[in-house]
Ligand binder design. Structure first.
Ligand code: G6P
Length: 605
């Protein structure tokens, strides 16, 4: 969701910015733009739609020369995705241009104040107030004006700003929105995330909230919120550049689906030593914990829904899963005896950050399970476990989800051992299964060559139901989400036992029902539901183990899953459903990696 980049150095800035924006495309956007300082002026170019349009309009950046600039991909919040609302926004005197990721919550009152003072607004955005504030406070000192303007802002913002009076300087400010500086030689960069930086440098500075940085070609100086210079640590970016490229696959999503056995292996292997799960830096006093609350958004929330069963079963502690957007306003019953588990691939999801802070305020300790190193959630949590999935580029998460779930399994087993709620034999048995998960995920990928054919059969359906019970229901939630977000088919998941209480009224002749049947404690029950929907004309695609002859004879079509204990099965069971969603979306000609209206990293509420 919104990406910002900036450059100052000796190269022409526009091509560098265009390449950086291309790397940030995956975050989700609907318009984009650039501003470059040249010959005492700022040239701005903006378009609705894809970066390809901006490349065309600027002839790959050649039409806007200059060595200092900023760029933006916008995911519309305030005002439609139009050229005028696209960033950068310029001040009335043309001296400043700004790009912004985040939301300015008090923009209405600022806008009124600025209108009263005679400033002219071109766009409907919240962002435009920033650039006029800077112009209002400018008295020859660029940094001072930006600090004064920032002090007036309420909300979240990562800003990149250029000024004609300081033609080789870019200023950036961060408050509750991601922003990383790239340290080069004779050139410096900033971006919303490291994917836009790794082509140029592996040396990064992670800004904290309230900090401002001044970038010139030869130096980066960071200031705290009171304007005092501070020294920041330079971190090494370890992400592999190839990991952020398609590597021969048609789509990032397919590549990331295929990478899952390796990603889950990378999640597990460093955490098992001498037959024991070792979670470095997680020294939670588990005896003090009387309930666990898992919070997240989207697929991360569904990973929590699946992980809940395993933690509860093994640790005998009540676990609830809460949508972060709900939890933050729920006046939750949380105290110092609550362990909060926060799941987030990006580590930057606004609602998840807010829910975490609210629960910490009430005394809970937060354990974050995050993919992006140095992200806001990773830094603000009391304990952090990284998923080590590598960069995930497709908007619809796959390896992000499965590695989050894997960490929940690791935590469940680790905590059960620490609490004494699992005996040595069962611990060893489940640990052996846990270690085999990458192999089982690979098997799940290999044993379903018919999925593209199934996609041809089902892709035209206006709706699909996903049903299951217990852990199968948790997987159904994620399976349906994958289907709707990339294929745009209306797909809903239902606890199979609830069908009779309403949903069965929607079953018509030929209605596809995807029935998940991998949890042996409830398979028989789900099979009764299959019979009921079939009696009303449904076309049933069952997801089950190969040796379950009864289901094979009942269902119209089958997706197979290798046999895995029900407590750890969801991470394997979801894999063929990801593939099904992918192939259905492909049949429907959808933009799989960048589905319409969606953003990868939802950094605003
Ligand atoms: C967006 C993404 C989803 C993701 C969710 C939570 O909706 O499209 O794939 O599950 O945000 O993101 P997070 O980064 O917190 O896991």
């Amino acid at each position: 969701m919104c990406g910002i980049v900036g450059y100052t150095g000796t190269q022409n800035a526009a091509p560098v910015l265009l390449d950086g924006l291309t790397k940030l495309e995956y975050r989700g956007y609907d318009s984009c733009g650039l501003a470059v300082v040249h010959d005492g002026c700022i040239a701005i170019s903006k378009v609705t739609g894809r970066i390809a349009n901006l490349r065309e309009k600027t002839e790959d950046g050649r039409l806007i020369p200059g060595v200092t600039g900023i760029g933006h991909t916008r995911w519309a919040t305030h005002g439609a995705p139009t050229d005028v609302n696209a960033h950068p926004h310029a001040s009335n005197d043309g001296k400043f241009a700004v790009v912004h990721n985040g939301i300015i919550e008090n923009y209405m009152e600022l806008r009124e104040e600025l209108l009263r003072k005679g400033y002219r607004f071109e766009s409907e955005t919240d962002t435009e107030v920033i650039v006029h504030l800077i112009e209002m406070y400018y008295a020859g000192d660029f940094r001072r004006a930006v600090m004064k303007a920032s002090a007036r802002l309420v909300g979240s913002y990562a800003l990149g700003i250029v000024c004609t009076d300081a033609p080789d300087t870019v200023l950036v400010v961060r408050e509750a929105s991601p922003l990383i500086l790239g340290v080069g030689v004779g050139e410096n960069f900033f971006a919303s995330d490291v994917t836009a930086l790794v082509a140029h440098t592996r040396n990064a500075i992670y800004l904290e909230d309230g900090e401002l940085a001044e970038l010139t070609p030869d130096a980066i100086q960071v200031y705290d919120c009171s304007g005092h210079p501070i020294t920041k640590k330079i971190s090494r970016i370890t992400w592999d550049i190839q990991a952020a490229e398609k590597g021969g696959y048609d789509h990032f999503m397919l590549k990331e689906i295929m990478e899952q056995p390796r990603a889950v292996e990378a999640t597990i292997t460093p955490r098992i030593r001498n037959g024991e799960i070792v979670l470095d830096d997680v020294n939670i006093d588990l005896d003090n914990v009387n309930k666990i609350v898992i919070t997240a958004c989207g697929s991360a929330y569904y990973a929590g829904c699946a992980g809940k069963y395993t933690i509860e079963k093994l640790c005998r502690i009540p676990v609830t899963t809460e949508l972060a957007s709900e939890l933050r306003y729920a006046d939750p019953l949380i105290d110092e005896h609550t362990l909060l588990i926060v799941l987030s691939q990006s580590g930057e999801t606004a609602d998840t950050i807010a829910a975490m802070k609210e629960c910490q305020r009430r005394g809970a300790k937060a354990l974050a399970i995050v993919n992006v190193v140095g992200s806001t959630i990773a830094k603000a949590a009391d304990y952090t476990l990284y998923t080590w999935a590598g960069p995930e580029i497709a908007v619809a998460t796959t390896k992000g989800y499965t590695t989050q779930l894997t960490v929940l399994y690791l935590f469940a087993l680790y905590a059960a051992k620490a609490l004494g709620t699992i005996d040595a034999k069962e611990y060893k048995r489940l640990l052996t299964i846990l270690r085999s998960l990458p192999k089982q995920m690979q098997a799940a990928l290999d044993m379903n060559p018919a999925i593209p054919e199934l996609a041809k059969k089902y892709h035209g359906s206006p709706s699909m139901f996903f049903i299951g019970r217990n852990t199968d229901y948790a997987v159904a939630l994620e399976g349906a989400l994958k289907m709707k977000e990339i294929s745009y088919i209306h797909a809903e998941s239902y606890a199979a036992g609830e069908l009779k209480h309403g949903t069965i009224a929607l079953i018509y002749e030929g209605q596809p029902v995807i029935a998940l049947c991998c949890n042996d404690t409830v398979t028989e029950k789900t099979m009764s539901n299959i019979v009921e929907v079939k009696a009303r004309g449904a076309e049933v695609l069952a997801v089950a183990f190969k040796d379950n002859g009864k289901i094979v004879s009942l269902a119209d079509d089958m997706i197979f899953v290798p046999k895995v204990d029900r407590l750890l099965c969801p991470v394997v069971e979801i894999v063929p459903l990801q593939l099904l969603a992918y192939h259905v979306a492909k049949e429907n000609g959808c933009d799989i990696d960048k589905p319409k209206n969606l953003a990868k990293s939802v950094t605003v509420e």
